[in-house]
Design a protein around this ligand. Structure first.
Ligand code: UN1
Length: 503
C-alpha cells in the first residue's frame, strides 16, 4: 500500500506544487510513496520558519538539547526494524545493511548526546594584566541540508544530529526517490520533543531546491549548507553558497582506489574488494573504483576476485545477499551509459555485463522486474580511460597494475577525487608511506574502502569535497562559529599590541 507524504514546515504539512512517485527498485513500478513536491517559495518559507524557531532553540541549554538527541536515539532504536525494512523497500538496500544504516543514526545520537554537556569553549591568557579572554561556540543559525538517497537515513543524521545539538534549526531536503524513508525518520525526530520549526523537511526537485536555496541565501535565512551528492551538483551548491559569503559542507563523489601490494594476504584483499566494489551495488560514495594491484600478484588476484564476483549473490534485498538492485531508474539509466565506457582493450573478467535477465539463476529476482545488474570486473584499465578517471556509482570495478609503491600512489591520486582509499599489505612501512602519499580523507589498511565508523572524520579532498569533515567532534566546526570575548577588568583602556605588560 503506497503512502502519501508531503513536506512538513513548522510542524504542519506544507502545500505541494507537484507530485513524485517513489518506487521499489526491486519491483520496478511498485509505488512506495506518492510524494508532494514543494516549490522554491515553499523552500524559502521553510528557511524563514526555521530562522524564527532557531532563536528560541538556541536559548535551550545545550545539555537539554543533548537530552532531546538522546530521546531521538531511543526512538530510532525502538523503531529500527521498521525503518530498515522501509529503506530496503524503497531503495533496495539489503536488509542487514539497512539495519546497520539505522544503527548509524543511533551511534551518531549516542556520540552527540554527551556533547551537549561539553561544547567546550576556552579560557586563554591575555598579554595584559587584569584582562581575561574566552572563546565560545555559537550556533551558525539555519542549516539547509540536501542529501542523497543511497544512505537515506544515516548520512542525513550526520548533519541533523550535530546541527540540532549545537542549537541550529534545519531545513532538510532529502532525495525524492528515498522520500518515504526520510519522512519516517523525520517523524521519529519530530516525536522526540523538538519544538516545531526547528527541524523541517521539504521535498522538492533539484531545480526548485536550488532556486529556493538561492532565495533563502539572498534573504539571509540560511547560514550553512550541507550537501551530499555528485561532484557536479556540489560544485554548483558551493558556488551559490560562496557567492552569499556562507559556507557549505560538501560530501561528494569518489573514485576510491585499493592498492594491493605483493605481500598482501590475497584472500583478505579479495573479500575487501568484493564488499567495497559490489556491496550496496557499488552505490556508496566510498565504493571501490579501481584495484591497483602489483604486477607480480595481478593474475592470481584477478582470478580469485573474478571467481568471488561470479559466485556473489545478487538478488532480493530482503534476503541475505551481497547486493540488491540499483537505487532507482535514474541511476540504472546512468549506469547503462557508464557501461559504454568499457573499451576494446578492456577484459571483462567477471562474466556478463548489463541487466540480469529474469531467468538468470543468480538470485531471487521476483519475476525479473527489478533493476538488477551483473557485477562487473574490468581488467586492463589504463590511466587515461574514463573508467579509471570518473566515478561510476554502480557495480563495476576496474583493475590496473603497478610496479613500485610510488607509482601506485600516483595512480591512486590521478583521478583527482580524494574520499576513501585502501591498501592491502603486511608491511607497516608500506601502509604508512601510502597514508602519507595518498590524497584522501580516509585510508584503510587491510580493509575495504567503504564502511567508515560514525565517530571518525568523514569527508574528502579534491573532487570529493571542499575539505569539510562530517562526523565525530570535527563536525562541530561546521555547525558552530567561534566567538572570542575579552573582558578587561583593569578599569582603564589597555590597548592590545601597544600596552603589553613589561617584565
Ligand atoms: C555515502 O555513500 O555517501 O563509509 C556514505 C561508508 C558509509 C557511508 C557512505 N558509512 O561506506
Amino acid at each position: 500500500m503506497s503512502r502519501q507524504i508531503v513536506s512538513v514546515v513548522g510542524g504542519k504539512d506544507a502545500a505541494a506544487a507537484g507530485t513524485y512517485e517513489s518506487t521499489n527498485p526491486a519491483r520496478t513500478g511498485e509505488v512506495v510513496a506518492r510524494v508532494g513536491l514543494a516549490d522554491a517559495d515553499t523552500f524559502a518559507a521553510a528557511c524563514r520558519t526555521a530562522k524564527e524557531a532557531q532563536r528560541e532553540w538556541a536559548k535551550v541549554p545545550a545539555p537539554v538539547r543533548g537530552r532531546v538527541i538522546a530521546s531521538i536515539g531511543r526512538l530510532v532504536e525502538a523503531n529500527a526494524e521498521r525503518l530498515a525494512a522501509l529503506v530496503t523497500e524503497e531503495i533496495g538496500k539489503p536488509y542487514a545493511e539497512a539495519l546497520g544504516e539505522v544503527r548509524e543514526i543511533v551511534d551518531t545520537c549516542d556520540f552527540f548526546l554527551g556533547e551537549g554537556r561539553r561544547l567546550y569553549g576556552q579560557t586563554i591568557p591575555s598579554e595584559m594584566p587584569d584582562k581575561d579572554l574566552f572563546t565560545y561556540r555559537n550556533p551558525v543559525g539555519v542549516a539547509a541540508v540536501v542529501t542523497a538517497g543511497n544512505f537515506p537515513v544515516a548520512v542525513p543524521s550526520w548533519y541533523l544530529v550535530p546541527a540540532l545539538l549545537c542549537g541550529n534549526a534545519v531545513v532538510w531536503k532529502p532525495a525524492e526517490y528515498a522520500a518515504a524513508s526520510a519522512h519516517a525518520m523525520y517523524r521519529l525526530f519530530a516525536a522526540s520533543g523538538l519544538p516545531d520549526g526547528v527541524l523541517n523537511i521539504v521535498f522538492a526537485d533539484g531545480a526548485q531546491t536550488f532556486r529556493g536555496l538561492e532565495l533563502a541565501l539572498e534573504e539571509g535565512s540560511v547560514q550553512k549548507v550541507g550537501f551530499t551528492g555528485s561532484s557536479e551538483v556540489g560544485r554548483k551548491i558551493g558556488e551559490l553558497t560562496g557567492r552569499h559569503l556562507q559556507s557549505a559542507c560538501l560530501e561528494l563523489g569518489g573514485k576510491n582506489p585499493m592498492v594491493i601490494m605483493p605481500d598482501a594476504e590475497l584472500d583478505l584483499a579479495v573479500e575487501g574488494a568484493l564488499f567495497a566494489g559490489f556491496g550496496t551495488a557499488g552505490q556508496r560514495c566510498t565504493s571501490l573504483g579501481t584495484v591497483i594491484v602489483h604486477e607480480s600478484v595481478h593474475d592470481e588476484f584477478v582470478e580469485r576476485f573474478a571467481r568471488a564476483v561470479r559466485e556473489a549473490k545478487i538478488g532480493d534485498p530482503a534476503q541475505d545477499v551481497l547486493a540488491g538492485p540499483l537505487l532507482d531508474q535514474k541511476f540504472a539509466d546512468r549506469y547503462e551509459e557508464y557501461l559504454t565506457w568499457i573499451q576494446p582493450h578492456h577484459q571483462v573478467v567477471s562474466g556478463n555485463i548489463g541487466k540480469i535477465a529474469p531467468d538468470n539463476p543468480r538470485g531471487d529476482f521476483d519475476g525479473g522486474q527489478g533493476l538488477y545488474y551483473h557485477p562487473v570486473v574490468v581488467d586492463g584499465v589504463r590511466a587515461t580511460d574514463r573508467l579509471f578517471l570518473e566515478e561510476t556509482f554502480g557495480p563495476i570495478v576496474g583493475v590496473t597494475t603497478f610496479g613500485t609503491l610510488d607509482e601506485a600512489i600516483e595512480l591512486a591520486n590521478l583521478p583527482g577525487y580524494g574520499l576513501s582509499s585502501s591498501i592491502y599489505t603486511t608491511d607497516p612501512k608500506h601502509a604508512f608511506r601510502f597514508r602519507e602519499g595518498v590524497s584522501a580523507g580516509m585510508v584503510s589498511v587491510n580493509n575495504s574502502t567503504s564502511g567508515a565508523e560514525a565517530h571518525l572524520p568523514f569527508g574528502g579532498n579534491g573532487k570529493s569535497g571542499n575539505g569539510s569533515r562530517q562526523s565525530g567532534m570535527w563536525v562541530l566546526d561546521q555547525f558552530t562559529r567561534w566567538q572570542a570575548m575579552n573582558w578587561d577588568h583593569s578599569g582603564r583602556l589597555q590597548k592590545a599590541q601597544m600596552d603589553v605588560a613589561e617584565i
